[in-house]
Design a protein around this ligand. Structure first.
Ligand code: AMP
Length: 400
């Protein structure tokens, strides 16, 4: 992980601070329906405004594809942010081709103000990481803070080009995320175990290939386990299975053996004949799956085996549910293991880091979203981090 300044390294008093945040929040009927992302940036805003710095917020919102799309104006987010922050927030109508009026408004604002600039993606240069747009943004501030880990996997003008032009630092939420991730994969307490589930191997090949060289044990669950089972000659009936990826699965298993990474596959499974909630189901040993059935969850012997493997570990990282967790009762494996991880974490026997869209939903469903050491809501950025990729928004945070 790159070296970076934290907010403790810079002085914000009476400075104009450009803060890249993620205001790309879910909206229903022009109202913010989930303010989690807004809550996360409050510590950063507080640290700037309490010393009378101006926090000038930059963010994308949806995909306007370089055009001004009034429905995707960030003005919509301002009332919700003001409520979460407990303080007035000003919107700056921004023409990204000519920032003179925006600049004037920022200069006139009171010290300690929070100002939201217009959607950075209203200009095509945002997603192409245009140097000129980055320079134009830099004219608006003295310091750059990036507090949007969830956008750090993209080299865009507001996450990359701009970062090189001003003294910069990671915001409080970014700092917390990077520290938690370092505990999970950067410099983990060993043994390290990874739980990888979800629908398909094809979306997680890079992830699996990276992890087998990093972790001591890899549990494969969910639909993607079927591809591995099929590859070793087990009939998985009508289960979700990428038959054409048998060779990939073999390659991953061979590389894992070379790297002394133990792979754990299911040894029993809950099988149903329909992919729907409360579908009649039966438990099968993995070598006797009904040819007409579909594996929708791991079985109890597998659950016990995974718990045993977790007992041996000091650190756990998790992405992807172990079964079709949206459908009762096929959520059982995921829920039971999630609660087990939460209990071991609470007893300080385990450091647990999880992330990715469905994983966050699954942990919330199990009631343990707040009981892991860290749960990342960063989606794509979290996965790219787990794949061992460099995140441009983090790499660009080099102390000037
Ligand atoms: P992903 O986005 O790749 O993490 O996949 C998550 C999805 O995988 C969830 O919607 C689960 O319902 C689905 N899934 C997990 N296990 C299975 C399974 N055995 N069969 C079908 N779908 C599954």
């Amino acid at each position: 992980m790159a070296e970076f300044n934290t907010m403790d390294d810079l002085q914000f008093a009476h400075k104009n601070v450009l803060v890249r945040v993620d205001l790309n929040v879910p909206v229903k009927g022009k109202k913010v329906s989930d303010a989690t992302r807004l809550e996360r940036i409050v510590p950063t805003l507080r640290d700037i405004t309490k010393v009378e710095g101006k926090a000038i917020l930059l963010s994308h919102f949806g995909r306007p594809e370089g055009k001004v799309v009034p429905d995707l104006s960030l003005e919509m987010v301002v009332p919700a942010l003001a409520e979460v922050f407990g303080h007035k927030v000003e919107f700056v109508k921004t023409d990204w081709n000519d920032i003179s009026a925006a600049k004037e408004q920022i200069e006139k604002a009171e010290p300690g103000s929070v100002l939201v600039m217009e959607n950075t993606r209203f200009h095509p240069g945002e997603t192409t990481n245009d140097a000129e747009l980055g320079a134009r943004m830099a004219e608006l501030g003295d310091i750059y803070v990036n507090d949007a880990f969830s956008a750090a996997h993209r080299a865009h003008a507001s996450t990359e080009a701009l970062a090189h032009l001003l003294p910069n630092a990671a915001g409080r939420a970014m700092q917390r995320e990077l520290n938690a991730l370092a505990k999970g994969l950067g410099n983990p307490k060993r043994p390290l175990i990874a739980l990888i589930g979800g629908a398909k191997v094809s979306t997680k090949i890079d992830l699996l290939e990276h992890l087998i060289n990093k972790v001591d044990a890899l549990v494969i669950g969910g639909g993607m386990a079927n591809t591995f089972l099929h590859a070793v000659g087990i009939s998985v009936g009508r289960s979700l299975c990428e038959h054409d990826l048998a060779e990939t699965a073999h390659r991953i298993m061979e590389k894992a053996a070379d790297a002394r990474c133990t792979i754990l596959l299911p040894i029993d499974a809950v099988v149903a004949w329909k992919f729907e909630a409360n579908a009649p189901n039966r438990l099968y040993g993995i070598d006797a799956i009904d040819p007409d059935g579909m594996i929708l969850d791991v079985g109890p012997t597998t659950i016990e085996r995974i718990k045993g493997a977790i007992d041996d570990a000091s650190t756990l990282i998790w992405n992807g549910p172990l079964g079709a967790f949206e459908l009762n009762p096929f959520d059982k494996g995921t829920v039971e293991i999630a609660r087990y991880v939460a209990a071991r974490t609470k007893s300080e026997l385990l450091i647990s880091v999880a992330g990715g869209g469905d994983t966050v939903a699954a942990l919330a469903h199990a009631g343990v979203k707040d009981k892991f050491t860290y749960v990342s809501t960063a989606g794509g950025a979290f996965l790219e981090w787990m794949e061992g990729k460099k995140l441009p928004g983090v790499t660009a945070l080099q102390p000037l």
